[in-house]
Design a protein around this ligand. Structure first.
Ligand code: NAP
Length: 237
């Protein structure tokens, strides 16, 4: 059975990706920061826990995901054919002028570089599986287009450009790259109910569709409301 490697697996979006992968019949290899963090994953993913393998790594370091891929190559972790990466979650309304160099770098590392490192570490491994149909998916937000909160906007902007470049770079390969552009708020079910936002178990459906639809390749998939998770709004890149 194929496996999805999930990076940012303990976040609202990562939980949705795991839920979608399990519902699609895939196994999951989830990178977690530590065992304390892994408990969130078990708490919020409804069942299928026997199909999830967790592994600890520092995904903010440029060698974190690479170390996981080395273990996969060595056979001590399950092989994977699909990747979902949504490390991030840093949010502030601090102005650009109040931002120190160190704060800017920390922000970019958490929201952007982590996903770039994940891409660079995993794509060569997927490309080597020439006969396998592989996918690589990330999740961006609308803040990059709105510019209301500077640091979230700037880091989203970098992710847009990374996604666009990846769509181009992988177009004629065995790896389908897609960006899910989420204009709205998604949270794990229990918190979403309290805050009146979209549940991760609903958003998961968008990822299920991306996984199953082979025509969804080198695209931005826009999700703004719940209907969008079923009827994908696709923009070819
Ligand atoms: N949720 C939304 O509504 C939404 C909307 C639009 C776009 N997005 C996109 O999705 C991304 C993730 O959002 P989210 O809501 O899932 O965020 P989240 O709930 O805060 O989760 C972020 C993930 O990144 C990991 N992470 C963050 N800092 C880390 C660190 N220093 N070391 C190790 N791991 C770290 C977290 O691990 P821990 O659990 O260990 O902290 C978690 O797995 C956003 O940055 C954005 O690009 C989300």
């Amino acid at each position: 059975m194929a496996t999805v490697l999930v990076i940012g697996s303990t976040g609202h979006i990562g939980i949705a990706a795991i839920t979608g992968a399990l519902r699609s019949g895939y196994n999951v290899l989830a990178i977690v920061r530590n065992q304390e963090s892994a408990k969130k994953l078990i708490k919020h993913v409804p069942g299928g826990h026997d199909r999830i393998t967790t592994v600890e790594a520092d995904v903010l370091s440029d060698k974190g995901v690479e170390s996981v891929v080395e273990k996969v190559r060595a056979g001590s972790l399950p092989a994977f054919q699909h990747v979902f990466s949504s490390v991030g979650g840093a949010y502030t309304d601090q102005s650009m002028l109040d931002t120190t160099t160190e704060e800017l770098r920390q922000f970019m590392t958490q929201n952007f570089e982590s996903n770039f490192f994940a891409y660079r570490a995993t794509i060569p491994y997927l490309l080597q599986q020439k006969d396998q149909k592989c996918t690589w998916t990330t999740c961006t937000g609308a803040q990059g287009d709105m510019g209301i909160r500077a640091l979230p906007a700037i880091s989203q902007g970098a992710l847009y450009s990374m996604s666009y470049s990846a769509c181009k770079a992988l177009k004629n390969t065995n790896v389908r790259f897609n960006e899910i552009y989420l204009a709205g708020r998604v949270e794990v079910d229990i918190e979403a109910e309290q805050h009146g936002v979209m549940k991760s178990s609903i958003f998961a459906r968008a990822y299920e569709n991306v996984l199953s639809r082979e025509d969804v390749k080198s695209t931005r998939v826009r999700v703004g409301k719940e209907e969008d998770v079923n009827e994908l709004r696709i923009e070819q890149k």
